[in-house]
Write a new protein. Structure first.
Length: 313
């Protein structure tokens, strides 16, 4: 039996204070470039889409413009579709999948939906390949009224005017081996609790809203993604990351209660995607393509089932 060595910051059993957060932040280094990887791609899309700066992320001395891509010809009578990526900055296919969807498929929905895509919600975390923001806070537990987290507050302000008009929201994520090697041990250390090892699922899965589940919608997305990459199976307990698998490749979370990004609209059709980029059975390209397939399938299902959406509201 092996034991996890103590996390290098803090005292076991004691939650972090400002000194520990500062020590953690000092260990984070820039490993990739938001402007080169994300903003430069968005610039190439300006000819076809509306690009909006919806905020400025300031962690001195670093500052990042927050950009969203939208339909150029907005029509009030059309339903709205929201796609978010990079809420956890280290989850690469969420960012690249969102951009790839816009590049390759978004034009197909012109005149059918109003589209908003925020491809990299957490650029500080993107550059450092980290789950948290600069204050050691998880943005994806921070989508609440008056959120003190810059990343979450800015996105919520962007979405507020259309919150009740969104038909579909896809929040694009990954589950990686580093969740167990770094991020969950760091979380336990930060909160002063014992780290309990978990199991990383091999494959793609979805997180539905336990308060308003849409099983047919989730399964339509799973079926489309299964043509691109493999779907995660339940572990020996019938679970995926500690939650019961309610259908092939689907678990449920209380999105609102947990302050997750997928809770920020009243969309009847919402889901959080999770791919596994560390799988020996999947490539980075497949992970990006899986995100794209999920978005396209979600939109097509929602447009084909408006009556179900109206009931869900």
């Amino acid at each position: 039996m092996t034991t996890q060595p103590p996390y290098p910051i803090g005292t076991p059993g004691t939650p972090w204070g400002a000194a520990e957060v500062a020590a953690w932040r000092s260990r984070q280094t820039i490993r990739r470039n938001y402007r080169a990887d994300v903003l430069s791609v968005i610039e190439t899309l300006r000819a076809r889409f509306e690009v909006v700066e919806y905020g400025q992320l300031d962690y001195r001395p670093d500052s990042y413009p927050l950009l969203a891509i939208g339909s150029r010809h907005w029509r009030d009578e059309l339903p709205c579709v929201l796609v978010t990526g990079g809420v956890h900055g280290y989850e690469t296919s969420g960012v690249r999948g969102a951009l790839q969807f816009v590049e390759q498929h978004a034009s197909n929905y012109a005149g059918r939906v109003n589209l908003i895509v925020a491809p990299c919600v957490s650029p500080w975390g993107y550059e450092r390949i980290h789950r948290w923001n600069a204050n050691a806070i998880d943005p994806n537990r921070s989508f609440r009224t008056d959120s003190p987290v810059q990343e979450a507050a800015a996105l919520m302000r962007l979405v507020a005017p259309i919150r009740d008009r969104v038909l579909v929201h896809l929040d694009l994520h990954e589950t990686t081996d580093s969740d167990e090697s770094e991020f969950r041990p760091a979380l336990a250390a930060r909160d002063g609790v014992a780290y309990v090892p978990g199991e990383i699922p091999d494959g793609f899965y979805l997180v539905d809203d336990s308060a308003h589940p849409q099983p047919a919608f989730q399964q339509a997305v799973i079926a489309a993604v299964a043509k691109v990459t493999h779907i995660a199976r339940a572990d020996r307990h019938g679970e995926i990351i500690g939650s019961p698998m309610v259908a092939p490749g689907v678990i449920e979370y209380a999105l609102d209660q947990l302050g997750l990004c997928a809770s920020i609209t009243s969309a009847p059709y919402k889901t959080t995607t999770e791919v596994y980029p560390d799988s020996p059975r999947a490539t980075a390209e497949q992970c990006n393509a899986a995100q794209v397939a999920a978005v396209c399938a979600a939109i097509e299902f929602a447009l084909a089932h408006p009556a179900r959406a109206s009931v869900a509201r």
